[in-house]
Design a protein around this ligand. Structure first.
Ligand code: 6MZ
Length: 383
């Protein structure tokens, strides 16, 4: 397994090199639907926050530094890193800062719509509740200065900058960029059924702030997904959309149960057997594909056997995503580069892939229409 992992990483680097001269992917508008807030932190910010905690004597910075900077990690190591990241980031001020930076970073590479997901956390020691965690996130959205942010269905109607001008004008560098932001609240697989229900209630109360759905994520070897079915069913009944991390490990019962649930989207879908894969296709469940993440964690042994190729050939609904742009040192443009160069996808087809993502977003039809127009205008200008 270790050998395969190394082979995968080597191949991935090769592919990234081959894709070097593809700046056009940076200027292409993009839609990001699978990005974990705490996985998307800039390394520099993470190190700065860790150093501050070290100075206060809360952690041993030198021990933490090499864990943060380590390049390749197995799936198990990734979740150890997340536990460390959460120690460093879980206070209101840090969460506000991270949210602001993550949105600015995505917007700077022409992501025009993002569904950011995060796990609301409670930390009694610092007076943090799930609600106050999310309020800190919202403060971060409002603190963005480098681009215009449209984040709330209600205020979008009132803010002239959201609807009065086109979303993306790559030829005009003087115009400020504009990004639509929506949120999925994540349930961590280690949580209890009651805690998951609390997250759903919180999400329902924050719909006006741009919360559109619920995600189930966390270490796939921990917890049982059935614990969360009541909360997920309740969320769905109340009109929230559902995305499930599915098949990061080959757990047959769980994968089948998730497919039976028929979520609005699934993340990864790596370890499905032939019958499960066929079922996914028959149900036409859109898949959030995270190439670098899957290779780095060894979930897929080598990029050339990634199920992206099969799904793409069959025109199955899917969208390229980053998962954890900070943890895996990637970007959405980078993911498109890897897909284009590995699977020999021509420019016109890449544009179609990027614009098709609009079909699978959880925001309302008004946003979809604007995004569609954005892609149509871009493609017309660039083909
Ligand atoms: C499953 C993942 C993940 O929520 O604290 N997360 N869950 N598989 C993955 N693939 C590598 N990457 C991230 O962001 C970090 C959390 O997102 C989930 C984990 O629960 C992780 O703790 P937030 O903002």
């Amino acid at each position: 397994a270790h050998f395969l992992e190394l082979r995968g990483v080597k191949k991935e680097r090769e592919v990234a090199r081959k894709g070097k001269n593809m700046e056009w992917l940076e200027s292409m508008p993009k839609v990001e639907l699978h990005a974990h807030l705490n996985g998307s932190i800039r390394n520099s910010t993470l190190l700065e926050l860790a150093r501050n905690l070290g100075d206060e004597g809360d952690i041993e910075f030198s021990e933490v530094e090499h864990v943060i900077l380590k390049d390749d990690r197995s799936l198990v190591e990734v979740f150890k890193l997340f536990d460390l990241i959460h120690v460093v980031t879980t206070d209101h001020e840090a969460i506000t800062r991270i949210t602001k930076e993550v949105i600015e970073d995505f917007a700077s590479e022409n992501v025009v719509y993002i569904e950011l997901r995060t796990t609301p956390k409670r930390n009694d020691k610092i007076g943090m509740s799930k609600r106050s965690y999310m309020e800190a996130v919202m403060q971060g959205v409002k603190a963005v200065t480098t681009v215009d942010v449209c984040f709330s269905p209600q205020t979008e109607q009132l803010t002239s900058s959201c609807h009065s001008r086109p979303i993306h004008e790559p030829c005009n560098d003087d115009l400020r960029k504009k990004i639509y932001v929506r949120f999925l609240l994540s349930i961590d697989r280690r949580e209890s059924a009651a805690s998951a229900m609390e997250t759903v209630d919180l999400a329902l109360g924050m719909r006006e702030m741009g919360v559109v759905g619920i995600d189930l994520s966390g270490n796939p070897t921990k917890g049982e997904w059935v614990t969360f079915i009541p909360a997920l069913e309740y969320a769905r009944k109340q009109g929230l959309k559902i995305s499930l991390h599915c098949g990061e490990v080959p757990n047959r019962t769980e994968i089948n149960g998730m497919l039976d649930f028929h979520p609005d989207r699934v993340g990864h879908a790596c370890c499905l057997n032939d019958a499960e894969f066929e079922c996914l296709k028959t149900l036409k469940i859109p898949v959030e594909i995270c190439l670098t993440s899957n290779i780095r964690t060894g979930t897929i042994s080598s990029i050339d056997i990634h199920h992206f190729a099969d799904l793409h050939r069959d025109k199955h609904p899917m969208v390229l995503c980053t998962d954890d742009a900070g943890v895996f040192s990637t970007s959405l443009s980078g993911e498109y580069k890897i897909a284009a160069s590995t699977f020999g996808i021509k420019r016109e087809e890449v544009y179609r892939l990027a614009s098709d993502a609009v079909h699978f977003i959880f925001a309302d039809d008004g946003v979809k229409t604007e995004l569609r127009n954005t892609f149509m205008a871009f493609i017309k200008q660039n083909l």
